[in-house]
Design a protein around this ligand. Sequence first.
Ligand code: DGL
Length: 278
Amino acid sequence: MTQRYDPSAAIAVVDSGIGGLSVLRALAQHLPGERWLYFADQAHIPYGEKPADALRRYARRILAFLQEQGIKALVVACNTLSAAALEDLRARHPDLPIVGMEPAVKPAAQLSQRGVVGVMATRATLTSERYRRLKVRFGQGVRFLEDPCEGLVEHIEAGRLNGPQVEALLRRIVGPMQEAGADAVVLGCTHYPFVADALQRLLGPEVTLVDPAHAVARQTRRVLEARGLLRPNGAMGGVVRYFTTGAARTFARQIRLLVPELEAPVQPLPFFWMEELL
Ligand code: DGL
């Protein structure tokens, strides 16, 4: 029997940390009537350096917690977690609408005039089967220059979105891409849009940064619409409940800095769940 979900329930958004806020920002614009439940697994950050089986284990437990809160859909707002766990989650929850992320290889390959594309993503994403398949499918004849951006997620989590340290790291990352003539750069991790300004300054206006957040938001809308799960008209939307496995006060500060328009209190995890999720 297929499980029925309640259209007035919240949509869950999951990431290892604050990266998914760049997706939540787009989701809230495309689906202004919806309610959100954002889960940051900051105790396990960075996901990009974790093995796939550990990521699948985290994902299963997080989804169990989210279902207990009452949700109608899940957006895995993390490229790394999507590459490792999306198929497993869908197999275990065939009725739950689950939308995932993937590096925007297809639009970048179409956009690039020179056929040279830079890809910024975590090591786990770059070595995943899902990413390899994407390149085979959409990247024929395109040269990809990839970088696992070691340390960048940590800088962003610490609120360093510009300044000498992070700019030196970004320069090292994009240097080889620029030398090879890349005219499109994929932001293949949801944390990276928060350094898009610094990146664009380094790369210059002729290079396009490709962030799939809006495409994912449109896809989420389509999926909900097709399943009759859009929140009924007239209901007050826009409310977000935030959870983290990390420090709630730090997370609250990060939310205020990055998405002030979506600010809301960070709720403590129930004790039982805290133990389960760590
Ligand atoms: N934000 C995540 C992604 O999109 C990864 C960050 C991490 O390494 O924890 O891949």
